[in-house]
Design a protein around this ligand. Structure first.
Ligand code: VGL
Ligand code: ZN
Length: 200
């Protein structure tokens, strides 16, 4: 079995002081750094939005951050402007070990569609290319860590399980946003999808 570590969105905007700060988001950094050497394949994802992205509440005059709108591809939570391409908020946390990464996958770069998952955009059909990369590298078992547990980690792990990978989420190296019970709902959905939850 070839294992891959998939590190989701450990970026300044999701850490304390960032535009979409996740409580304790920076606490995952030393944990992920310590895990990295144990994996023969290491992938980082980077949320990477153009200015004026359709997931930004600022693009929807009648809406506030954390409200939901109906997009052509389904319901979409609206966020504060975050992870704008090239901004300091979009940069990886300064202490995250990025040199050992084999691949950095950017996502959310199309203005009209958000992308929580490392595998598919929120329309659930447009691929990021990560599946092909992992399969051609022979990866079978994925360990998913990072930010945020209930959004990008959740959707990445669900897609990975649906694609047939053996998936574990290491919760000690994740932190969640928890919007109206979204954290418990995510954990329940992950369990139901056959994703192993460890370190909780
Ligand atoms: C994320 C909301 C918006 C995440 C990204 O990384 O979980 N959440 N963009
Ligand atoms: Zn985003």
């Amino acid at each position: 079995m070839t294992d891959a570590l998939i590190v989701i969105d450990v970026q300044n905007d999701f850490c304390p002081g960032g535009a979409l700060a996740v409580a304790g988001g920076d606490e995952v950094v030393p944990r992920i750094n310590a895990m990295m050497d144990a994996y023969p394949i290491r992938v980082l994802t980077q949320d990477w939005h153009p200015a004026g992205h359709s997931s930004f509440a600022s693009e929807h005059p009648a809406k506030a951050p954390m409200e939901t709108v109906e997009m052509p591809y389904g319901p979409q939570v609206l966020w504060p402007d975050h992870c704008v391409q090239g901004s300091d908020g979009a940069a990886f946390h300064v202490d995250l070990r990025t040199d050992p990464a084999d691949l950095i996958v950017r996502k959310g770069f199309r203005k009209a569609v958000d992308s929580y998952s490392a595998f598919f955009e929120n329309d659930h059909v447009t691929p990021t290319g990560l599946e092909g990369y992992l399969r051609s590298r022979g990866a079978e078992r994925l360990v998913v860590v990072g930010l945020a547990t209930d959004f990008c980690v959740n959707y990445s792990a669900l897609d990975a399980a649906r694609l047939g990978f053996d998936v574990t989420v290491e919760l000690s190296a994740c932190r969640g946003i928890d919007l109206g019970g979204s954290l418990d709902a995510a954990l329940e959905g992950l369990r139901a999808a056959g994703v192993r939850l460890e370190g909780g």
